[in-house]
Design a protein around this ligand. Structure first.
Ligand code: CTP
Ligand code: ZN
Length: 160
């Protein structure tokens, strides 16, 4: 009856305010929001305005994380890396309060210079500078140099 019938479900879901200009990373797997920020090198130390929703209700999944960053648009490299920890994420570019661009992240076949191999015998961990390279598999990544496969805890490999 009355007003309640007209309330759109999205109004119930809105936990953090809309942003003016920037990026909304939506449909992030529950619990991955802080890893996403780590990948992007965003920690708030430069005064960035960031809102994070964790374990909020979602239509698509039972729960999701969502991240809103004011005045920051993501590069393609950054978006590529997100596939490793947030494969279903939607990237929304917001300008003047409107979503002007919406894209899904796409899994790259490999990532360079983003993860570091934790195998101490790997050539990439030696003294000679070698840019890391990992092949992206279905549910894991493989160091292109030593071929070690990492399935668990990929965020721990992120080069910070
Ligand atoms: N959003 C925001 N600030 C804005 C505009 C949008 O924070 N100025 C957020 C919305 O709250 C939503 C996301 O950006 O979480 C995507 O917005 P929109 O495309 O309007 O929502 P949906 O249609 O629900 O998106 P999708 O279909 O991708 O689920
Ligand atoms: Zn290696």
């Amino acid at each position: 009856t009355g007003d309640h019938g007209n309330v759109h479900t999205h109004d119930h879901e809105l936990r953090v305010s809309k942003i003016h200009n920037g990026t909304v990373i939506d449909h992030v797997r529950s619990g991955q929001a802080l890893n996403v920020l780590a990948v992007l090198g965003i920690d708030g130390s430069e005064g960035e305005e960031i809102s994070i929703g964790m374990n909020v209700p979602s239509d698509r999944f039972a729960r999701k994380d969502i991240i809103k960053v004011e005045d920051r648009e993501l590069s393609q490299d950054e978006v590529d890396v997100l596939t490793l920890i947030a494969p279903d994420a939607t990237i929304n570019i917001v300008r003047e309060y409107e979503v002007v661009e919406k894209s899904r992240v796409e899994r790259p076949s490999s990532v360079e210079g983003v993860l570091s191999c934790s195998n101490s015998g790997c050539i990439t961990t030696g003294d000679e500078p070698v840019t890391s390279k990992f092949d992206v598999l279905e549910d894991a990544v493989r160091c292109s140099y030593c071929e070690t496969i990492f399935r668990e805890n990929i965020p721990a490999l992120i080069d910070t």
